[in-house]
Design a protein around this ligand. Structure first.
Ligand code: BGC
Length: 814
């Protein structure tokens, strides 16, 4: 340990140490002036900086300083381009330096288990390997500038409904192979300064006090020596948390938990060594942050805007291009640009990642600025979702009068957000109807899709072009025009499977669950791992994306025919641009286990490379496969194991477009095979639609399934949510008063972000447990007051009222 830290530890009092373990307020760590320990600032992220100079909320309503809004992770993940993501990370870090922020709260890397998770727009992929590569690049980019990152949300936070209390019931194999792998890769490879724990429980224990996750896996297995902070309000039992490896509690403001730490050391529940360890991690972070501050830093808004445009272009995915309707040409054509979202182009999500962009060019603005001959019709209202026949009529008329009708459609801001999950996978009815009406009268319809996650497309066979921009950031308009008109050749690939209908997804019957538990019954069969294994035809497969040029794969060569499990296999393959435009292809390497000793996905992505090629140019892509590329997590051995046998090496441009393949024999050691002789047909041959019986899932889970019973349990507790306590008279009053209080400042606000955030709060706050409300109240609601309230709720009204009054007065006096 750094001598300076040892010296400081010696001089700190117990109270100061405990105090350092929680923030000073919403965004800053505490300082200790007498020892010259400064405070450093952390801020959201992750697709741009959200520094709030004057506010205490973490939901995006308060003003934040202008910053470049880059494409969100669902878009960036589709670029399959780590160097681009690194560049974006560097640019965001430069903005952090300029604004005096030391740690950016991102990247968010949870797996897209189900397309309806409200926060999928903030995550990269359904595939853990791709996620790990993207996260590594982002962290390296940010940290190369001396700004820390906070990889989040560790772990298994894949649903927003009930996120603060739900128990994610996930089998060990899926945990390791799907939900932890991205974290493992990025933590080992990029060493993020901090890790942010998730809100939820993982197999019965809150992530904020989960020793297995925070100490056994993160610290011991992965050798992580950075700092772990809580998600905002995620702490349950603070002392248990420190002992399990949670160093910093955020946000700060209340003193209750600091006092609990002091008490625990005094009464011997926790040793001083454990506390010193947490404080040392924190001091290290503060010293790193402080020494990297650069008061002279600045950034160039225009060049960052240009980078945002470049990132949007590299991330967009061309999903359909029938008879080469795209690219469009600027001359001699009349275009109809249709859709409310063309003018109010949705370019980012909402919640804690909401950014105040430095500038924004909508699709409409970019069409105008780039001199395109077009007529505009609104077509639908993006907010109310109701079909307006006048708008439809006008749009149809404009479309008839054009050579090509370009409809900008997509998820409205109210549909997807942090804090709650989507109700369904459909576009608003008024958009679906508009697309149908226009395609009924026009042969040349191109859809430009915006939104953070997949939607069903019942109209897909009726349109000729489909360009998916995801949430493309503040350069959305320029990017759209350059892509549509072929100034830039699309090269994005889906980082998630687009199913034909929601029911096609393996977790469809098990999402969102709650309030007590969510069972990950599909185990490892997430995304293409299920679609490909169960042979379910997707609308668009994982890894898929078109280009205006064509590519050819050839000459797959493996360095060996047989390797020992500890050996490495060199793989090379040629890719040629066989068309007539420069373009980029993503060469994807999948491994297929043919041994069939343990249930496995049909194939798994193990490597990829994005290559930029001139027409006629050929490059040789080289990959190296090591032991982990052939391993699975053996729950009996508690280790990664390689089954001896033949593995196919598959090269393609999506999980369904495989062009080259070859076989290697891998020699592994003998070991105990898990699930042997167990009757688990749904895992051996996953059915459609996916269902696993209780009995089968319990076998894979390795123990009996936890109860789904919820409140009314014995008694109300700190963990009871506002919604739960509202079943009582007093609880209902408290519930209403808190919702009113939280939404009050925004009641008069009319702008769209405020409407969206208010909606998010209304859906989210009732699911907040009382403990979290206390932590986030900046000291206004103490745990002492909560004790009084709980006595009242638990029918000890007189005692409770007395306590509540006493604690309220005490809080005021303090
Ligand atoms: C989110 C985090 C975010 C934090 C601070 C939480 O609600 O889950 O991702 O970093 O707030 O805004």
């Amino acid at each position: 340990m750094d001598q300076r830290i040892l010296d400081i530890l010696e001089q700190l009092t117990l109270e100061e140490k405990a105090g350092l373990c929680s923030g000073a307020d919403m965004w800053n760590t505490k300082s200790v002036e007498r020892l010259g320990i400064p405070s450093i600032m952390v801020s959201d992220g992750p697709h741009g900086l959200r520094k709030q100079p004057d506010g205490m909320d973490n939901f995006g309503l308060h003003h934040s300083l202008p910053a470049t809004c880059f494409p969100t992770a669902s878009a960036l993940g589709s670029s399959w381009n780590p160097s681009l993501i690194r560049e974006v990370g560097e640019a965001i870090a430069q903005e952090c330096l300029t604004q005096g922020v030391s740690v950016l709260l991102g990247p968010g890397i949870n797996i897209k288990r189900n397309p309806l998770c409200g926060r999928n727009f903030e995550y990269y992929s359904e595939d853990p390997y791709l996620t790990g590569e993207m996260a590594t690049a982002f962290i390296k980019g940010v940290q190369s500038k001396g700004i820390g990152t906070s990889i989040k949300h560790f772990a298994v936070n894949n649903q927003e409904n009930y996120r603060m209390t739900i128990d994610a019931v996930v089998d060990e194999r899926a945990l390791r192979e799907i939900y932890l792998l991205g974290f493992e890769m990025a933590i080992k490879e990029a060493e993020p300064w901090t890790v942010m724990c998730a809100y939820n429980k993982v197999n019965g224990t809150y992530a904020s006090e989960n020793k297995k996750l925070l100490t056994d896996i993160l610290e011991t297995e992965w050798n992580y020596d950075g700092m772990v902070m809580s998600d905002w309000g995620a702490v349950n039992d603070r002392v248990e948390g420190v002992q399990s490896g949670l160093h910093l509690e955020m946000p700060g403001g209340g003193l209750d938990n600091d006092k609990k730490i002091v008490e625990a050391v005094k009464n011997g529940t926790m040793s001083m060594e454990v506390l010193d360890k947490a404080v040392a991690k924190l001091l290290q972070l503060i010293l790193n942050g402080e020494s990297n501050k650069d008061t002279k830093a600045s950034f160039d808004q225009e060049s960052h805007h240009q980078l945002a445009i470049k990132a949007a272009k590299d991330s967009a995915v061309l999903l359909k291009n029938e008879n080469g309707i795209l690219p469009l040409t600027k001359d001699k054509k009349k275009y109809a640009l249709i859709g409310d979202l063309a003018v109010h182009s949705r370019y980012q999500g909402s919640g804690s990642s909401l950014i105040n962009p430095t500038m924004i060019d909508s699709v409409y603005d970019a069409f105008t600025e780039k001199g395109i001959d077009f007529q505009y019709a609104k077509g639908y209202d993006r907010i109310d979702g109701k079909t307006d026949l006048d708008l439809v009529y006008e749009a149809v008329e404009q479309a008839k009068d054009s050579d090509v009708a370009i409809i900008v459609a997509g998820l409205p801001a109210l549909a997807e957000s942090e804090g709650f999950d989507r109700d369904h996978m459909k576009l608003p009815l008024n958009q679906t109807e508009l697309i149908k009406e226009i395609s009924a009268v026009h042969d040349n319809v191109v859809i430009v899709l915006v939104g953070g996650a997949p939607v069903e497309m019942p109209w897909i066979s009726e349109v000729r072009g489909l360009l998916n921009l995801y949430l493309a950031g503040q350069g959305i308009g320029s990017a759209a025009v350059d892509l549509l008109f072929g100034i830039h050749n699309p090269s994005g690939k889906l980082a998630e499977t687009f199913g034909k209908t929601y029911e096609d997804y393996p977790s469809a019957s098990y999402f969102p669950e709650g309030p007590a538990t969510v069972e990950y019954r599909e185990s490892i069969y997430v995304g293409y791992r299920y679609f490909d294994t169960a042979k379910v035809e997707p609308l668009f497969p994982f890894g898929y994306g078109l280009s205006y040029t064509t590519f050819r794969f050839s000459n797959l060569v493996l360095s060996e025919r047989e390797i020992d499990e500890n050996g490495t296999l060199e793989v090379s393959v040629n890719v040629t641009n066989s068309g007539d435009r420069p373009g980029a292809e993503v060469v994807q390497l999948y491994v297929k286990d043919t041994t069939s000793h343990v249930f496995k996905a049909e194939k798994e992505l193990k490597r990829f490379q994005k290559v930029f090629l001139q027409p006629g140019e050929t490059v040789t892509c080289q990959f190296e496969l090591d032991r982990r590329a052939f391993s699975f997590y053996n729950v009996d051995m508690e280790d990664w194991c390689v089954i001896s046998g033949e593995y196919e090496i598959l090269i393609g441009s999506s999980s369904r477009d495989i062009f080259e393949q070859s076989i290697v024999k891998v020699l592994g050691k003998e070991f105990q095979m898990p699930y042997e002789g167990k009757n688990i047909p749904s895992f051996l041959t996953p059915p459609y639609p996916f269902k696993a019986q209780d009995r089968e899932f319990a076998i894979v889970y390795g123990k009996s399934l936890p109860s789904k019973a919820t409140f009314p349990g014995e008694e109300f507790s700190y963990d009871s949510t506002l919604k739960e306590i509202s079943s009582t008279f007093v609880g209902k009053k408290v519930h209403d008063a808190i919702i009113k209080q939280i939404t009050r400042p925004y009641r008069e606000m009319e702008d769209e972000n405020a409407v969206v955030s208010k909606n998010m709060m209304k859906k989210m706050i009732p699911n907040h447990p009382l403990r979290s409300l206390a932590i986030s109240s900046n000291g206004a609601l103490t745990f002492g007051m909560l004790d009084g309230l709980l006595l009242i709720l638990n029918r000890k009204r007189i005692k409770g009222t007395g306590k509540l009054i006493k604690e309220t007065i005490r809080n005021k006096v303090q």
